[in-house]
Design a protein around this ligand. Structure first.
Ligand SMILES: *[C@@H]1O[C@H](CO)[C@@H](O)[C@H](O)[C@H]1NC(C)=O
Ligand SMILES: *[C@@H]1O[C@H](CO)[C@@H](O)[C@H](O)[C@H]1NC(C)=O
Ligand SMILES: *[C@@H]1O[C@H](CO)[C@@H](O)[C@H](O)[C@H]1NC(C)=O
Ligand SMILES: *[C@@H]1O[C@H](CO)[C@@H](O)[C@H](O)[C@H]1NC(C)=O
Length: 516
């Protein structure tokens, strides 16, 4: 490693490339494994969620969804699943008001204060019909079961935060063990414009223990973008498994469900069992079983059907080295690509070399386009190879790229460093290589799903946050894995050579939580 004398500015890219293969740890552990299942559910929705109905009718609708859940639990059990995760809003649907959701709500006691098996002790609490059915599914199929429902919890006037109608209404995940005992209850913290529900007065950090994979953390949908409870749960309790019910509307190029779920598993080096609901007309699809090295996903905008995914995965995600992570075997077939990288000092001495002359070409035009409601600063990515950088605010993004041929497709390198304020407020720092919708700059930032350009690249930036999610989305909303992600000096980088398909998006999506 003695050659790794990084020069400032662009030099960091060369450094990554010089890492010898021996620095990369192979996945050698013979590990315990478990079988996980997630079900992407096309929920049967109330035809009229803004009209108040009675409990009986609400139960009737929910039992139609639960019938489908039961079939899936049985199918998962046949494949040996030890845990199954169902999506957010899968049982009751969405678009209710605070009043009209009321008949759908269950009473969910705190599992730490009462050990309760709803299937075996159905009479213990009223308004728990849904819990009873879920508990019986877990019990009769000997499987941990995670589901999402609406819950109600009476509160009194001694509670200053108690809503005027005397109850909290929570978006709630429940977990049953393989005996049907209620073992965890999580109240969603970061509501996404869900007027039917209250934000819990205290942040819930929820874990449950399993005999096959140790402890799992629980959070829901929009929570994935925030520090609380998500990041603090993972860090504080050293969680390696996450169950994640979601109802996620895809937003390209950076926030498609499967794209971000995988990036989250990679960034934290954990396993994530993510179940989305399936309503393509609302842009909702994208579930998966993710390890830091492999993903089993479902994303289908055409099909009307839900989908059961079952996969066997390692309990312990492999440890990752500081600056490199194990993956598919990491090779550098494109040595010319690496040596393409220049630092100014070398070029001054060797001006006759073509790559040095190339670097002296005029700087590309900078333009601004809105991408996912944020004002990105972009530069076009032209030619078969090159290097670019673009800066905004305190973030500079660097790209080193090469492609075999120039396809009839426009790409751009974009940067954004600022507060995102539409559909939620959160501070992001993003370096993104995106395929534009067409051939004019105006189309950069549009939602694109297909691409043919096979681009090798190294993408990096001098981020101010250490929470960076590496996104790598290929043609047809397929995923690929980076060869490397990690820090080198003050730059966080990702690299990929020999991609599996045309590149739609490669991005480093940083969350600077303190600045929200
Ligand atoms: C729910 O509300 C959203 C946004 O207002 C709307 O686009 C969607 O069609 C509604 N869905 C249903 C099932 O009512
Ligand atoms: C599940 O039930 C079996 C049989 O009743 C019992 O032996 C076992 O301890 C129970 N497991 C848990 C986690 O309660
Ligand atoms: C985007 O940012 C640039 C540079 O700050 C500014 O000139 C431009 O007006 C902004 N565009 C929009 C739509 O806000
Ligand atoms: C990133 O690099 C740019 C250009 O060198 C610099 O102006 C900026 O301050 C750097 N940001 C951080 C956080 O160091």
């Amino acid at each position: 490693l003695s050659k790794l004398q990084c020069l400032p500015a662009l030099g960091y890219l060369g450094c990554i490339a010089l890492l010898p293969k021996t620095a990369i740890v192979a996945e050698v552990h013979r590990e315990r494994r478990y079988v996980a299942a997630v079900y992407e559910h096309r929920s049967i929705l109330s035809p009229n969620p803004s009209t108040l109905i009675d409990r009986h009718s609400a139960l009737e609708l929910m039992s139609r969804n639960l019938d489908i859940y039961e079939e899936q639990v049985i199918a998962a059990a046949e494949q040996g699943a030890q845990i199954i995760v169902f999506p957010e809003d899968g049982i009751h649907g969405f678009n209710f008001t605070r009043e009209t959701i009321y008949p759908y709500l269950e009473f969910v006691p705190c599992p730490q204060s009462v050990k309760w098996n709803p299937c075996r002790e159905p009479q213990l609490f009223s308004d728990t019909e849904v819990l009873q059915r879920l508990s019986c599914m877990a019990l009769s199929n000997k499987m941990f079961l995670v589901a999402n429902l609406g819950s109600k919890q009476p509160c009194g006037y001694n509670d200053l935060l108690c809503p005027p109608d005397g109850r909290y209404q929570f978006n709630t995940d429940v977990v049953f063990d393989a005996n049907g005992t209620l073992v965890a209850r999580y109240h969603k913290q970061n509501l996404y414009f869900e007027y039917a529900f209250n934000t819990p007065p205290k942040v819930d950090h929820v874990l449950f223990d399993t005999p096959f994979a140790g402890k799992f953390g629980v959070f829901t949908c929009f929570d994935i973008l925030f520090y609380e409870p998500t990041v603090s749960l993972i860090k504080e309790y050293n969680v390696k498994q996450i169950v994640y019910p979601t109802a996620w509307m895809n937003q390209l190029p950076l926030l498609s469900a499967v794209e971000f779920q995988q990036a989250f598993a990679t960034a934290f080096n954990i396993n994530v069992l993510a179940a989305n609901i399936h309503h393509p007309t609302l842009g909702m699809t994208g579930s998966g079983i993710y390890t830091p090295l492999k993903s089993f996903i479902y994303h289908d905008m055409e099909s009307h059907d839900g989908k059961l995914l079952v996969a066997e995965i390692s309990v312990m995600p492999p440890e990752r080295e500081a600056n490199a992570r194990p993956g598919k075997s990491i090779e550098y077939p494109h040595n010319s690509f690496i040596s393409l990288h220049i630092d100014d000092q070398v070029c001054n001495k060797k001006e006759h070399e073509s790559h040095c002359r190339a670097a002296e070409k005029e700087t590309p035009p900078i333009f601004y386009r809105e991408m996912m409601y944020d004002n990105f600063t972009l530069v076009p990515v032209r030619g078969v190879k090159g290097e670019l950088h673009v800066c905004a605010n305190t973030l500079c993004c660097y790209l080193n790229y090469q492609r075999p041929t120039i396809s009839d497709e426009l790409y751009a390198l974009g940067v954004f460093d600022g507060l995102h304020t539409v559909h939620g407020t959160y501070y992001v720092q993003v370096c993104a290589l995106v395929k534009c919708g067409g051939l004019s700059y105006n189309t950069c930032g549009q939602e694109v799903t297909d691409a043919t350009a096979l681009i090798d690249f190294q993408l990096g930036g001098n981020f101010s946050t250490s929470y960076i999610f590496p996104l790598l989305l290929m043609s047809g909303v397929n995923l690929d894995f980076t060869d490397h992600v990690g820090w080198k000096n003050n730059y966080y980088f990702m690299s990929k050579s020999g991609p599996s398909a045309g590149l739609v998006t490669a991005a480093l999506y940083g969350r600077w939580y303190e600045r929200d």
